[in-house]
Design a binder for this molecule. Structure first.
Ligand SMILES: NC(=O)c1ccc[n+]([C@@H]2O[C@H](COP(=O)([O-])OP(=O)(O)OC[C@H]3O[C@@H](n4cnc5c(N)ncnc54)[C@H](O)[C@@H]3O)[C@@H](O)[C@H]2O)c1
Length: 477
């Protein structure tokens, strides 16, 4: 096990005084690692008032100075990356190694640097004899950022980086499952940012609901479940706050005929099992052509049965526990339902209590009907149902026959066929021969009930701005 003392030093900055707050367990061992402050709606109101008061001066600093400060915040994150990764690993459960905690910290500073250096220029709409019209982008004002527990640091950065870059101030509420690592990260960034530009608030859903309905919140960046997204739409109706909603998904992958299973097996596996499957844009169901079905199932089962799983602080492990009991129960229930329906559990399909209370073995389920709950619901865990198909059109029809559309993927040895097939997927993003890869300059967002609005790149800056048309005399004036 690695040394966690630096992580505890960060924790001491933000946790509630002894005898108060809410105990937060280590996801793997269930030991209590710290106490989350329990802030109230009154605390939130006060935080929003401070953020509102700080906004004009932050905007007035200008792009160059804000960029400089955000780059300094990214440096501060890098300097504390190892400590934050340890805290994240304990609280969230993801291992330090693999595409997990250290990877998440690396993504945080990379995204922040891209935000800091991306420029949103005014757009000239018309420039003729009579009229010059352009669109300029101004900060929305105060942004309320509400995040989930699966990639808590990275998703918080996705929400706050563009917001700060554009001159908004931010009140950020982490999930009640992972408040400590997010508050610690914000405290590191606040070493270099002006006071009240970025305020963390640790509260429950009541506090989240108040952010959504608060008259002084101008923009809400929400990432979480579709059910909560719907509530936020309702709560924000009164003040018409602008919304970016990144919601749940049920991503499909389709392996087309003529693909080499050995060449894609590792990428298929990580496309589904990254972060123990607790990833919004992880592959949650895989459709494989009859001609390759057995080979793909065997290859994935071989990886699933041998991948190192256990406590995230052990450098050997690359998969950890489920983050919380609720999620553990959902995955267990869906796999049991598949078993009861006669699906074949090729590997896994059971808890791993010798590793800890919330560990579940990576699970491959074959010969499963498309209408099984494990296929139709967002299982958000380490279980991949693999559905056999013989007709490509039918595979696309089944893949699209859900009410969500976040990511999707098409796998083929023929790049032309893959490109042609890709656009048939009803999803915000479709990847070819990979699943889930994101880039800070490439927009990301969902369609259907996976939400609306885009994050990342220039589109992400627009989403935290309000456009204004400036219209004046044309060239002949
Ligand atoms: N589309 C994406 O980019 C993306 C990314 C990550 C996770 N997700 C989705 O998030 C879900 C998992 O996250 P979760 O379980 O933390 O989601 P959740 O909806 O339960 O909670 C998310 C956040 O909303 C807050 N909240 C709860 N009720 C609220 C209310 N009435 N008003 C305002 N805020 C409220 C919670 O306190 C938490 O901070 C999955 O469905 C996953 O697909 C989506």
């Amino acid at each position: 096990m690695t040394d966690t003392s630096a992580a505890f030093a960060l924790l001491d900055r933000i946790q509630a005084p002894e005898g108060s707050g809410r105990d937060i367990p280590d996801a793997a061992t269930r030991e209590i690692i710290g106490r989350a402050p329990v802030q109230t709606v009154a605390d939130l109101d006060e935080a929003i008032a401070r953020a509102k008061a700080a906004q004009p001066a932050w905007e007035a600093l200008g792009h160059a100075k804000r960029s400089e400060l955000l780059l300094a915040a990214a440096d501060a994150l890098d300097a504390n990356a190892e400590a934050l990764a340890h805290l994240l690993s304990r609280e969230q459960g993801k291992p330090l190694n693999g595409p997990n905690a250290r990877f998440e910290l690396g993504a945080c500073s990379a995204w922040l640097r891209t935000n800091a250096t991306t420029v949103l220029e005014p757009e000239v709409l018309l420039d003729d004899e009579n009229l010059h019209a352009e669109l300029v982008y101004k900060p929305a004002g105060v942004v309320g950022a509400i995040g989930p527990w699966n990639w808590p640091l990275m998703i918080t950065i996705w929400q706050i980086g563009p917001s700060l870059r554009m001159g908004n101030t931010v009140v950020a509420k982490p999930s009640e499952y992972t408040p400590l690592s997010v508050l610690a990260m914000l405290s590191v960034m606040n070493e270099v940012l002006p006071a009240d530009v970025l305020i963390g608030i640790s509260g429950d859903r009541e506090v989240g609901a108040r952010i959504a309905s608060h008259p002084d919140v101008d923009k809400i960046m929400f990432t979480g479940s579709t059910a909560t997204g719907r509530k936020i739409i309702e709560s924000s109706a009164g003040n018409l706050a602008r919304l970016t909603l990144e919601l749940g998904g049920n991503d499909a992958g389709i392996v087309l005929p003529g693909t080499d299973p050995a060449a894609i097996a590792e990428d298929l596996f990580w496309g589904a099992f990254i972060n123990t499957g607790q990833t919004c844009a992880a592959m949650k169901r895989l459709y494989v052509h009859d001609s390759l079905y057995d080979q793909v199932v065997d290859a994935l089962a071989g990886i699933a049965a041998s991948v190192p799983i256990g406590n995230g602080l052990d450098e050997n492990n690359v998969l950890g526990p489920l983050q919380n009991k609720q999620q553990f129960d959902i995955v267990s229930r869906l796999v049991e339902d598949a078993r009861a329906r006669g699906a074949r559990i090729v590997t896994g399909g059971e808890a791993a209590p010798e590793l800890g209370e919330l560990f579940y073995r990576p699970t491959i389920v074959a010969d499963i009907d498309n209408d099984a709950a494990l296929v139709q619901e967002e299982q958000f865990g380490p279980a991949l149902p693999i559905i056999r198909y013989s007709d490509v059109d039918e595979a696309f029809a089944l893949a699209n026959a859900v009410d969500v559309g976040l990511g999707a993927s098409v796998w083929s040895s023929d790049p032309e066929a893959a490109r042609e097939a890709a656009t048939r997927m009803q999803s915000g993003t479709v990847w070819i021969n990979s699943h889930g890869g994101l880039h800070p300059m490439v927009p990301f967002g969902g369609v259907k009930s996976s939400g609306y609005g885009l994050e990342f790149g220039v589109a992400g800056l627009k989403s935290v701005a309000v456009p204004q048309v400036v219209s004046g005399p044309g060239r002949k004036a």
